[in-house]
Design a protein. Structure first.
Length: 441
């Protein structure tokens, strides 16, 4: 007897498995490959599949596309896992494919996670691919240029699958609420803003998005047949836990805060006092030294780059000789940092960049600055148009290194403090040069 689910159905599989698209019309994303008239769509619809490799991050539809091919093809379809199979299993499958060929039947062999096969296992496929006994479809999250034998790779067309956009995932999540294979027929109350939050949290991964939706629904507030997902439930399901090294030691954090803020306020006397309070209470000097290193870049930064050298040297001294001797080295660093000119421009630069990094999770690296050590990567136009700065008289180029959606963003904004004023002037010169040479070849 099948076990009933919470919602009364008999299918106990995860939501992502239940909602796996069965046709191209149900498939979400990869429009560059699957829109009407695109090559891959035509190959699938016309059942004219040749050996190919699907390359992309997790949860973007590699295995799903293979399943759709299996549903539509007239060929014999063999599902093969690189995780659980070895040479013996490969030979058995190849023999079955050879038998099918003698009777005029094509055989498609799908190898999930093909990058997990070693060279010998991949070589076992090669002669059968060459003579047409099988059509090989591989799926991999790793760059096939490095993970698939060149001889095998040369006989396969590589299709690059991209991380799903937040819009793609939101469509998928909305469909899950109405699809009978999902939560269709149930009364689920969840706002569109929550669905977008789940889509953003999933970082382009459909499986992750659906698993998170399933989690928030299962933990929602039930009232009769209605399940309501509250903001609090959503926050608990998508939050990342941060661990404190001493949960009960509030004074520990008060003291390190006092040290940090005293140095920031350029008060060496207060900074040394709080340092002594911590060391004499038995605080690990290496912990203090690590915090001092952080301060050197967060609060001094380019205003005096030697601050970081002094802080790292103090850490090494603490590591070499320990307490009580290393107290003077920490005092050296703390006083130096207290008196140094202050700039938090590096800290602010990273925070600005982090905000964009978290809200533009799927932005691809521009092709022009990708490395292209293999033929496949060159065919995909990796590195095309790259400008080598050392080949120019000014050692500068007008090449765009940010994604198009972030072009022109400014993260590092230097101050006039200390030596940072010199770097500010240099940065302004660079920007002026780039503006003057904009759109020039």
């Amino acid at each position: 007897m099948e076990q009933q689910t919470l919602f009364g159905g008999a299918d106990s599989r995860p939501l992502a498995a239940r909602l796996r698209p069965q046709t191209l019309d149900e498939f979400v994303g990869q429009t560059h490959l699957l829109s009407q008239g695109k090559v891959l769509r035509r190959l699938i619809e016309n059942d004219r599949i040749s050996s190919m490799i699907f390359w992309g991050p997790p949860g973007v539809g590699k295995t799903t596309l293979a399943r759709i091919i299996a549903n539509q093809t007239k060929a014999s379809f063999i599902d093969f896992s690189a995780v659980t199979s070895g040479i013996k299993e490969i030979r058995q499958v190849m023999q079955q494919a050879e038998d099918n060929r003698r009777f005029g039947e094509r055989t498609i062999v799908f190898v999930d996670e093909i990058h997990r096969f070693n060279k010998a296992q991949q070589d076992a496929f090669l002669p059968f691919v060459e003579k047409g006994s099988i059509i090989l479809i591989g799926a991999t999250t790793e760059n096939p240029s490095f993970e698939v034998n060149s001889a095998l790779l040369s006989r396969c067309k590589v299709f690059v699958l991209q991380a799903l956009t937040t819009g793609d995932l939101t469509v998928l999540l909305s469909r899950a609420l109405t699809n009978p294979r999902g939560f269709g027929g149930q009364s689920i109350v969840i706002s569109s803003e929550m669905l977008e939050a789940i889509a953003g949290f999933a970082n382009g991964d459909a499986r992750s998005a659906l698993s998170t939706l399933e989690m928030v629904v299962l933990n929602g507030d039930t009232d009769g047949d209605t399940v309501t997902v509250s903001p609090e439930t959503l926050a608990q399901c998508i939050s990342k836990k941060s661990l404190l090294y001493d949960k009960s030691g509030e004074e520990h954090y008060n003291l390190i805060s006092a040290l940090h803020k005293s140095m920031r306020n350029s008060d060496p006397d207060a900074a040394v006092y709080w340092l002594a309070r911590m060391l004499e209470a038995g605080e690990d000097p290496l912990y203090i030294a690590r915090r001092v290193i952080r301060f050197a870049s967060e609060d001094v930064g380019m205003a005096d780059s030697r601050a970081l050298e002094v802080a790292v040297a103090a850490y090494q001294a603490c590591h070499f000789i320990g307490m009580p001797e290393c107290s003077v080295h920490l005092t050296h660093a703390v006083v130096y940092l207290s008196l140094a000119p202050k700039s938090n421009a590096l800290y602010l630069a990273y925070e600005r960049a982090k905000k964009d990094a978290l809200t533009h999770l799927s932005e691809p690296v521009p092709l022009v600055i990708r490395n292209a050590p293999t033929r496949l990567m060159k065919e995909l136009e990796y590195g095309k148009g790259y400008q080598y700065a050392h080949d120019t008289a000014d050692k500068l180029t007008n090449m765009q290194c940010l994604p198009d959606s972030l072009a022109g963003q400014t993260y590092y904004r230097p101050t006039e403090q200390g030596l940072e004023a010199k770097y500010k002037a240099r940065l302004e010169q660079i920007k002026a040069w780039k503006q003057q040479h904009k759109n020039r070849e």
